[in-house]
Design a binder for this molecule. Structure first.
Ligand code: SAH
Ligand code: SF4
Ligand code: F3S
Length: 476
């Protein structure tokens, strides 16, 4: 086949190699379109966090460049599941939905199914897929996502069985691949990949590999490009953004990076996710206090309020040091919004430990909190710990915690009623098309009368009426 010869000419260097494969794949797709007399469709489903979502935009970027048309439905010619494995229910969701995809594939002989993301970095998962999900065409992992165009081309030419390519780790970062953004006016921007913290409950370091930082100039250039393309708000993404700089030749801290990004003309808002309490420097607090574009919102994962459990979790802070940090943050930035993540039912958690968590929540009064039931992840140190907490005890604690954080959330939200806030208009309201929906700097939502021309603009909105966790407002 003439294509196998063509493929031998692929350049070694990245990203040129991937652009070469995109060109090859585009030709193959054109032939297919001519044969079928229609465009081919694709769909990418994201199961995980913001970083997972950003990866999906990279996959979609390649697919669109190849010539696919994106569709809402998973009944498409090419479907990718970008998976997450942070908790067991994330995995179960994928297996459940794969059954539905199989149904579509039986009806459409042109359909291809690919799986990628964090779940694929677990060898037991891939073994299970090989045995019981033989209709999957392509499986790849988190470290070789940049090779998607190449892997796709291989899968297209492959006539039998699935193609599996998973790497254990990588030290590479490949820049300048195509990206198709979900929103024209806001975007995630990776600043680092992987994690070195090894919290004992967490699987992320095993499936995302060691921490690597992107060069500051690559980050700044990407953001400048995004701004030129209409983006006004960016979210800097990393598992531990405030340890940014690890492995770089020049010494740049996360606060330094914020200052560089704040200088980018035309950019309006900067967010970041996720900082780790153990690395929250005074310099970072100062940067948030003084840089006008940085939203005064700190997502500061607590995980547990018990110093004993925090030690077992390998979080490297205590109840007291966490509370001191919050005090320091509020002293310097009185109107800062603080949100958090909390895990209930970590192995060995006693009622007393849990009451410490409730105590911290009571003292901090979070603007909002994500609460999770501890999920045992095979291969992590916590999975082998004794004293796993019984389900009914965990459920009872979870309900008490949720009630408390929701109370605080309502109270905090209500306190903004009647004020005027700057809002980024994000979309037309799904239920009522005479309304648009926007987000404030503290991440709260407001719906108010408006039209689609306002999408992507920053406007001032009066928050007339608090409806629990959101507002109904009016333009001022
Ligand atoms: N790097 C970030 C986010 C990690 S995953 C951080 O350190 O905060 C997002 C959240 O999922 C975590 O904050 C934690 O609360 C939760 N999580 C991680 N592993 C979990 C597990 N095994 N069971 C339940 N929740 C978990
Ligand atoms: Fe997981 Fe901890 Fe790393 Fe966050 S910091 S990704 S919770 S190991
Ligand atoms: Fe999930 Fe991977 Fe993100 S495990 S939370 S998608 S880094």
């Amino acid at each position: 086949m003439r294509f196998s010869e063509l493929l031998n000419d692929a350049p070694e260097k990245e990203p040129e190699r991937q652009y070469y494969y995109i060109k090859c794949a585009a030709e193959l797709l054109k032939e297919k379109e001519a044969e079928l007399g229609r465009k081919l469709t694709c769909h990418v489903t994201t199961f995980g966090c913001q970083m997972n979502a950003r990866d999906s935009e990279k996959l979609l970027g390649v697919l669109k460049e190849i010539g696919y048309e994106e569709v809402e439905s998973e009944d498409a010619d090419f479907v990718i599941y970008n998976t997450c494995t942070v908790r067991e229910n994330a995995n179960n969701k994928v297996y459940g939905r794969l059954g539905i995809l199989h149904g579509y594939k039986k009806k459409n002989k042109n359909m291809m199914i690919a799986l990628c993301g964090c779940m694929m970095q677990e060898p037991t998962v891939v073994e299970h897929l090989k045995d019981s999900y033989k209709f999957v065409d392509l499986i790849f992992g988190t470290h070789n996502l940049y090779k998607f165009a190449e892997l796709y081309t291989m899968a297209l030419l492959n006539k039998k069985g699935m193609i599996i390519d998973i790497w254990k780790d990588t030290d590479q970062i490949v820049e300048n691949l195509p990206i198709s953004r979900k929103y024209p006016f806001k975007s995630g921007v990776n600043i680092s990949f992987g994690c070195n913290n090894f919290c004992t409950y967490c699987i992320v370091p095993y499936v995302r590999g060691r921490e690597r930082s992107r060069k500051p100039e690559d980050i700044v250039n990407e953001i400048k490009g995004l701004v030129a393309d209409g983006v006004v708000e960016i979210m800097l993404l990393g598992q531990n953004v405030n340890s940014y700089g690890v492995g770089l030749e020049e010494k740049v801290s996360f606060a330094d990076l914020l200052r560089m990004v704040n200088d980018i003309e035309g950019l309006k808002r900067i967010r970041f996710m996720t900082p780790h309490p153990k690395d929250l420097s005074d310099d970072l607090i100062e940067a948030m206090a003084t840089l006008p574009k940085v939203c005064k919102h700190m997502h500061l994962p607590l995980q547990s309020g018990s110093s004993r459990i925090l030690k077992k979790m390998n979080r490297r802070y205590t109840k007291e040091s966490y509370l001191e940090l919050v005090d320091k943050l509020r002293a310097r930035i009185p109107d800062v919004a603080i949100t958090t993540d909390i895990i209930v039912g970590f192995p060995g958690e006693t009622e007393e430990d849990f009451l410490d968590t409730m105590d911290v929540v009571d003292k901090v009064h979070y603007d909002s909190a994500f609460t999770f039931i501890y999920s045992k992840r095979t291969g992590t140190p916590a999975a082998a710990m004794e004293d796993q907490v019984p389900e009914d005890v965990v459920k009872d604690r979870f309900d008490r915690l949720l009630a408390l954080v929701q109370d605080h959330g309502h109270e905090k939200t209500k306190s903004f009623e009647g004020t005027v806030q700057e809002v980024l208009v994000e979309e037309v309201n799904e239920q009522d098309s005479s309304l648009v929906t926007g987000k404030m700097a503290n991440n709260l939502t407001v719906h108010f009368p408006g039209d689609p021309s306002m999408i992507g603009q920053l406007v001032n909105v009066k928050l007339n009426c608090c409806k629990g966790f959101y507002f109904i407002g009016e333009l001022v």
